[in-house]
Design a protein around this ligand. Sequence first.
Ligand SMILES: Cc1cc2nc3c(=O)[nH]c(=O)nc-3n(C[C@H](O)[C@H](O)[C@H](O)COP(=O)(O)OP(=O)(O)OC[C@H]3O[C@@H](n4cnc5c(N)ncnc54)[C@H](O)[C@@H]3O)c2cc1C
Length: 545
Amino acid sequence: MTTLETEMLEMVLQTLRDYAARQLKPEFLRALDERDEFPVDVLKALYDPDKIGLHLLFIPEAYGGLGGGAYDIYRVSEQMARIDLGIATAVLATFLGTDPITVGGTEEQKAHWMGRIAEEGLLVAYGATEPQAGSDLGALTTKAVPVEEDGRVVGYRISGRKQWISNGSVATLYTILANAPGGPSWFIVERDAPGFGKGKPEDKHGIRASNTAALFLDDVYVPADQLVGLVEGQGLAQAQAVFGYTRLMVAAFGLGGGWSALERAVRYAQTRVQGGAPLITKQAYTHKLLVPNAARLEAARAYIEWVAERIDAGEPGLQTEGAVAKYLATESGNRAAEDAIQAHGGYGYTKEYMVEKIKRDVRITCIYEGTSEIMEWTIARDRWQLHLKTQGAYYRDWAARVERLAADRPDTGAATAALALHALAELLERCRVDRLTRSQHLLFRLGELIAAAETAAIFAERAARAPSQASALPADALAAMARVYARDAAIKVAADGLRWATGAGQTDPELPARLRLPAIYAAQAGQMEDMNAVAAALAAAFPAE
Ligand SMILES: Cc1cc2nc3c(=O)[nH]c(=O)nc-3n(C[C@H](O)[C@H](O)[C@H](O)COP(=O)(O)OP(=O)(O)OC[C@H]3O[C@@H](n4cnc5c(N)ncnc54)[C@H](O)[C@@H]3O)c2cc1C
């Protein structure tokens, strides 16, 4: 996969920021939210190659696009989410909608459809979910019945219903997942195809500037050359193949939404005086509502960047890594926005303050493109298989590598992250011996613990060797945040792990010692001082306006 030159990416980001400063002011965005309105003109401007041409970013150069890579898409998605998550979702839906073609289309299909999307700036929708098939897409019932002429399939008649489709009533092109005789398959359906109906836009909790609607397909005829890849039965594999990528994009939405709220809280805390001094000077305020959110968001950023670089280096798969990135960044973004409301007190509970809207908007990122629970399951299931396949070496070896990093760079929390990975290896092994993963709740909790331990390790490593260029905070603040995050992760893995394993009937009386709980508690030394440093760095990075 190619990536944009740094200057080109910076130019796209700056163009977006300038456009938002001129056209997407808070009053305008709040009015769209209030009126539940999809801003057609904004999308036109974003897709207009003479203005921004945002859709060109994810179309390969061969078909008239810019050929952006995963890193570029993460940066632009974060920026879009900082501006407005509803508008960002309309852009995401086009990207998602073209994915089945990018991944599974024939060369002719790509040239034709991607070329049209690039040139005409078409809005696209991705139609997978159905009323009875959400997390469990395999339960889909939309059918594609072949139409034969002279013994040859010339087309399909598609019937069924799709639910919660972004851009559902405003798109020009749709990719629709339907059961053909050979299995689930993607079809390209045009807006005006006879029998293709669109529902009323849903009245949603947040991202109200995005259009979400049901689709009704009643014997919709689609020519055979609009079956993606021209082979039936590839649909679920094609949907899986893009998850590493698309989940990274939603992860960046969580990151952007979360930072947008947190940044506002940090600025507010410097002007709001209570108890005789600005709130930013109150440790109980900063260390509860600001610092842990900054650490979680920057930990998620480090993981996102790690995955993006691997995708851009051409590594296939990475669905599990995409799931970890999505899970952590969206849960962290949601939590940051929730705490930003609290940080604004009563003002945060009113529509006048943007944190109220951001909180409602960012909530969706924990639901679409796979819910947080489905992410926990995916992560646990995949890493559990790795644990079994490597007879426990996967996390033991990773812990040893991070210990070596700690010897080199003791200042980024690597020693504590190694304790988290070590505890994880012990916990998984105990689960194997006592057959604990038969408990679904324990399995899902393992997903959460795995995500925390892996992210602590990646954050420590990147804070040491490749601090993010995209963060608003300097390298020493990132190192302090990596230490804060590693301590939280180690406690979580060992204490929660012990709790759930014991609850599910683990039999080893030595488990607390094997998890090295005393060492993990000892590693908490210095936490308050690091949190003080992070609070100071936040205030410096985001001064009062
Ligand atoms: C605003 C919006 C935009 C969307 N855009 C699109 C789009 O463009 N295209 C598209 O195809 N879809 C889209 N979706 C659909 C979205 O991806 C689904 O809503 C999501 O995957 C969850 O499916 P569901 O709503 O049916 O919930 P369900 O699958 O019914 O889940 C309900 C709850 O049960 C949990 N759960 C589910 N299965 C299990 C299990 N096996 N074990 C334990 N817990 C479980 C879930 O985590 C969740 O908490 C959109 C949804 C929304 C709300």
